[in-house]
Design a protein around this ligand. Structure first.
Ligand SMILES: Nc1ncnc2c1ncn2[C@@H]1O[C@H](COP(=O)(O)OP(=O)(O)O)[C@@H](O)[C@H]1O
Ligand SMILES: [Mg+2]
Length: 691
């Protein structure tokens, strides 16, 4: 600084005065220099003698450099540029660490030699408390850039030097280093400090960029890992809808990318699939809106064109914006509907629980049926299970599913008799949005699609309306479905098991069931015997259901009157095993003392043994029986009412669910209404009404 050069004689005077007396002449010195002299004096630095304090040995220098290698690497090009500006002028550029230890020096040889005379060499310390006021040490003590020239240096040996130094700060404002330019004091110039400050700031900025880069690299690595391992298919699109990246799941859905296409080789590269996403999906307008107007979308079902045919997916996409807020691409997630329906069926109860071991009974016909079923499980052929209601048809169907190669897929039951005839088609084949009034937005998959990879169980196939039989036959023949109102073809990947309690051959003869469909469904036929044809299995089933109900209700049955079992064996069980199960449950739940006797047997079983074999000694058992029957009747009445409401008064359905005949239902209804009319619950015999 020109003025400081002019000031040098005054400063020299002040220095000598200070050395002689220890007094700092503040009027001759800049305040920051005066403050630094005081600190140096307190640190007992000898102004006549001190030199740069050397670190012991090369090891120390190497360690110092190792500890700061990133900083040195970043600073070196800036130091070289600084030096190039002053080459030949006797200036050197120095980088010191946060404690003032010199790590790197760049300069002309003669200038370096001159610096060596004062130990201004790598490994020397220039902190204030070692060498007093100087560029590096004072910058680190005051945290502000400074130029120290000539006599401003605390030590005499540096009076021929001028030093301009600036701190290098980290993002928290802490000094991590100091940068300095030093040269002959006669060449002191104010611009030098400006250059050093600029270079120090550039180094700070570069260090910050490096730190950010490291952070982003870690983040990018993590995102990449997520991209690779997430169970969704992910596509990255550019602004034209071209697929730039696809994760392995997306590749699995779309098929392998077009060979030779390279997502990263610049603007001219083809997208991974060589065509924009619009050409791969069945609803391209969602993508047009997303990329054109930034409109994100969620869970839209669409079919994706793949080399192996269309794949239905739930698709979601979000736009990606550039710095100016323009959409310049999008992120797309693909979820194959197959996987979703698998989840849905798992959580909505469309899965099979029964296995062959659960099917009880020693009857030879039954065993043969089970054996045939277990053979059928090994194949993918259609199976038709025939048998009366409650004989275990669905149980067998589930067991076949669970023992076959589709066990991990969904088991989707459809009760063809319970669906209104005009809805059978949409239920089975699905429909597209707008297919008919009342069609849900976005359409719906049908049971064939929901059962993909698994088994479709068509229960009560005999009740299927004739016109739908045609459509069903076509789907089974072509192994392809098209949703109602749609055009996309989906491969059918289901095994079909159907069941009927009707004589289908007779229906075929009568013309109410199509022959071609019958033959397609009836590849393997399994016939389940009614329970009345295998009465010897009744005790076994009775014990099983009793124990099961007892466990469920937490009530142990301790004894059973043998006549109860006889009575059950004599009944003809129109509702088969389901009815038996219901009866046992009812008996267990009303047998409060853990004993099951004849009094617990429902009336419709009309056990002859009850009247015939009742010993006289059990006269007062009549009261007990009456009480029990009242309780039973009341329960039945409640159950009946609930089911009548549930089925909207449809007697056949109520009968089916209860596993009893329609006549029995009518009888119970009549009885219940009589009771209500009389204000009586139960008529237990002459003069024995409830009070
Ligand atoms: N052989 C059997 N062993 C054990 N339980 C059976 C047997 N057959 C039927 N069941 C019981 O009866 C209930 C009704 O059977 P299900 O398979 O639904 O009959 P279907 O479909 O023929 O009407 C089943 O839930 C099961 O608890
Ligand atoms: Mg059934």
């Amino acid at each position: 600084m020109a003025s400081e050069i002019a000031q040098q004689p005054r400063i020299a005077e002040a220095w000598r005065h200070f050395v002689d007396t220890g007094e700092v002449d503040s009027s001759a010195l800049r305040p920051e220099i005066a403050a630094s002299w005081r600190r140096s004096s307190e640190a007992m630095v000898d102004p006549k003698d001190a030199l740069g304090r050397l670190l012991p040995g090369q090891r120390g220098i190497d360690d110092l450099r190792d500890d700061h290698c990133e900083l040195i690497e970043v600073a070196r090009p800036f130091m070289s540029s600084l030096h190039r500006l002053v080459v030949g002028s006797g200036f050197i550029v120095i980088l010191a660490d946060e404690r003032g230890r010199v790590m790197e020096i760049i300069g002309d040889e003669d200038a370096l030699d001159r610096a060596g005379l004062v130990n201004l060499v790598p490994g020397s310390s220039w902190s204030e408390h070692h060498v007093g006021t100087n560029g590096i040490g004072t910058v680190l003590a005051s945290m502000a850039p400074i130029q120290v020239s000539g006599y401003e240096h605390y030590c005499e040996r540096f009076h021929t030097w001028t030093c301009s130094a600036a701190p290098i700060l980290d993002e928290r404002g802490q000094a991590i280093a100091a940068l300095q330019m030093s040269g002959p004091s006669a060449r002191t110039h104010a611009h030098t400090l400006g250059m050093v400050v600029a270079a120090a700031e550039a180094i700070c900025a570069q260090m910050r960029i490096n730190a950010k880069m490291r952070e982003l690299t870690v983040l990018n690595d993590n995102l990449n890992k997520m991209f690779l391992i997430t169970s969704d298919g992910i596509l990255l699109l550019d602004d034209r809808g071209i697929i730039r990246r696809a994760n392995p799941v997306a590749e699995g859905i779309l098929g392998a990318p077009v060979s030779g296409a390279d997502a990263d080789s610049g603007a001219h590269a083809l997208g991974l699939y060589a065509v924009p996403v619009y050409e791969l999906v069945s609803k391209p307008h969602y993508f047009t809106k997303m990329l054109g107007m930034g409109k994100a979308f969620d869970d839209v079902e669409m079919a994706l064109k793949t080399p192996s045919g269309p794949v239905h997916c739930l698709v979601a996409a979000k736009p990606v914006y550039d710095d100016h807020g323009n959409v310049n691409g999008g992120v797309v997630s693909l979820n194959p509907s197959k996987r979703i329906t698998k989840l849905i069926s798992r959580y909505s109860g469309s899965y099979a629980t029964f296995r062959f071991d659960d099917i009880l009974g020693r009857d030879e016909k039954l065993r043969r049926a089970v054996e045939l079923a277990s053979i059928a499980a090994q194949s993918d052929s259609s199976v038709l299970i025939c048998g009366e209601s409650g004989t275990g048809k669905e149980m067998i169907a589930q067991a076949i599913h669970n023992h076959g190669k589709r066990a991990h897929g969904p088991f989707v039951p459809v009760n063809c008799g319970a669906i209104p005839r005009e809805l059978v088609g949409s239920e089975l084949f699905g429909y597209e949005e707008g297919a008919f009034t009342g069609a849900a937005r976005g359409g719906r998959p049908g049971k064939f699609e929901l059962a993909a990879g698994g088994t479709l169980f068509l229960d009560e196939i005999g009740d299927m309306p004739l016109e739908q039989q045609v459509a069903l036959h076509r789907v089974l023949q072509d192994r392809r479905v098209i949703r109602i109102g749609g055009s996309t073809v989906t491969e059918v990947d289901v095994r079909v098991i159907s069941a009927t309690n009707k004589d289908l051959l007779r229906a075929v003869a009568k013309g109410s069931f199509r022959q071609d469909l019958y033959y397609r469904l009836n590849v393997i036929q399994i016939q389940l015997p009614p329970l009345r044809e295998r009465p010897d299995d009744i005790p076994l089933l009775f014990d099983f259901f009793m124990a099961k109900t007892g466990r469920r209700l937490g009530s142990e049955v301790r004894s059973v009157d043998q006549r109860v079992v006889e009575c059950l064996m004599n009944y003809d069980w129109p509702g088969n095993v389901r009815e038996l199960q219901n009866v046992v449950e009812r008996m267990v739940s009303i047998a409060t003392d853990g004993r099951i006797g004849l009094q617990h047997v429902p009336e419709e079983l009309s056990c002859p043994s009850r009247e015939d074999t009742q010993p006289a000694a059990f006269a007062n058992i009549e009261d007990e029986r009456c009480r029990m029957r009242r309780m039973l009747e009341r329960r039945e009445q409640e159950q009946l009412l609930t089911l009548m409401q549930k089925h909207g008064g449809n007697i056949s359905r109520v009968a089916r669910e209860l596993g009893i005949s329609r006549n029995t239902v009518y009888r119970r209804i009549r009885k219940a209404s009589t009771r209500e009319n009389n204000g009586q619950f139960l008529d237990c015999g002459p003069g024995d009404s409830m009070r």
